[in-house]
Design a protein. Structure first.
Length: 345
């Protein structure tokens, strides 16, 4: 839940590390993430008291499975947004990978090859976004808005809008039903992604460059960092994560559909921003993304258990998102308030 501000000098990563050491724990703590952690806890307690089966092992396992795709892509999206970019195409990439993998299985491909193909397709679309954004200097918003339409359109064209079934005996399908210690394979893969994200963002030069580009791009460029390559890598990572999510969704549902993951990109961006990553770039938190993904999942799951109309879920989530963006843009004011309340120095 820490945010780091890059001030690139002759050697960006060591300089950032020295600055981080000079700042106190309170200064490095992401205040918005602390607030959302408290909100998530309160929402969790509310639904636990409001419904009898919210805290059952089966529902918790189901919740973890539902949250997994958004968390996987959210981890990668944290790098994209921290670098001052955006990726609106992840939902379409998920649908494309899901539908294409199902078609490849029907065509007789071995599951192991389909896994690799799904990852390659996701990474490929991400690199396309990155190349146009970083090397052709087209804003990421425009590029990914275009690929959002193109990628899903291709998936719809190849499947003619029909869902493609996956045989249950394939290793691909068994991935979707595999469980360990009461949790699905999707949940464990999502957790592994979160750990990987923490390491990459906070303990590698790549992560420090991403943070530096989002906060002081020109300084990082003058320090000799290949800013274009870093941006392209961040968007490539986002595409790769969407590929993983597409594979897991198709495996869990037992079919691939070009109509899947509608509005998925909004859910992912909401989770990232809810967790405390700044939409303006330069501040990112993987732990916050985990909290944001869990919060959005808990709201949807809890409202369903309470038999509330599903149309209320996006309304509530959107309202919370607006409030948290407001908090994000006033982080300094929030920090001063919390500082007074806790007496932190």
């Amino acid at each position: 839940m820490t945010a780091t501000t890059a001030r690139a000098t002759g050697s960006p990563a060591p300089a950032v590390a020295r600055l981080a050491q000079q700042r106190t724990w309170w200064e490095r703590t992401n205040k918005a993430t602390l607030v959302m952690a408290a909100v998530t806890l309160l929402v969790f307690v509310f639904f636990a008291l409001a419904t009898d089966n919210f805290l059952t092992l089966g529902n918790v396992s189901n919740l973890a499975t539902q949250v997994a795709p958004a968390l996987i892509v959210g981890v990668a999206m944290t790098f994209v947004i921290t670098a001052g970019q955006i990726d609106l195409s992840v939902g379409s990439i998920v649908a494309f990978v899901s539908a294409t993998c199902a078609q490849l299985l029907v065509a007789g491909w071995d599951s192991s090859l389909v896994f690799l193909a799904g990852l390659a397709m996701g990474l490929g679309w991400g690199l396309v976004n990155g190349w146009f954004t970083a090397y052709q200097r087209i804003p990421a918003f425009i590029v990914t808005l275009a690929t959002l339409s193109v990628v899903r359109g291709l998936a719809l064209f190849t499947t003619e809008g029909f869902s493609v079934p996956i045989e249950s005996w394939t290793a691909f399908a068994r991935l979707g039903t595999a469980r360990w210690l009461g949790l699905s394979s999707s949940a464990w893969i999502a957790l592994a992604f979160a750990v990987l994200g923490v390491v990459l963002l906070h303990h590698t030069r790549f992560g420090q460059y991403v943070i530096g580009i989002g906060s002081a791009e020109e300084s990082v460029r003058r320090a000799g960092v290949n800013v274009r390559l870093v941006k392209m890598a961040a968007l490539g990572f986002s595409g790769l994560a969407a590929g993983v999510a597409g594979i897991l969704i198709a495996a869990r549902l037992g079919s691939g559909s070009a109509n899947s993951a509608q509005g998925f990109e909004l859910t992912v961006i909401a989770a990232v921003v809810l967790g405390g990553t700044s939409l303006l770039g330069g501040r990112g938190t993987i732990v916050g993304t985990l909290i944001g993904a869990v919060l959005t999942g808990v709201i949807a799951n809890g409202l369903t258990l309470m038999s509330v109309s599903p149309y209320l879920t996006p309304i509530i989530t959107g309202t919370v998102l607006v409030v948290v963006i407001w908090v994000n843009l006033r982080g300094a004011d929030l920090g001063s308030v919390l500082r007074k309340l806790t007496g932190a120095r």
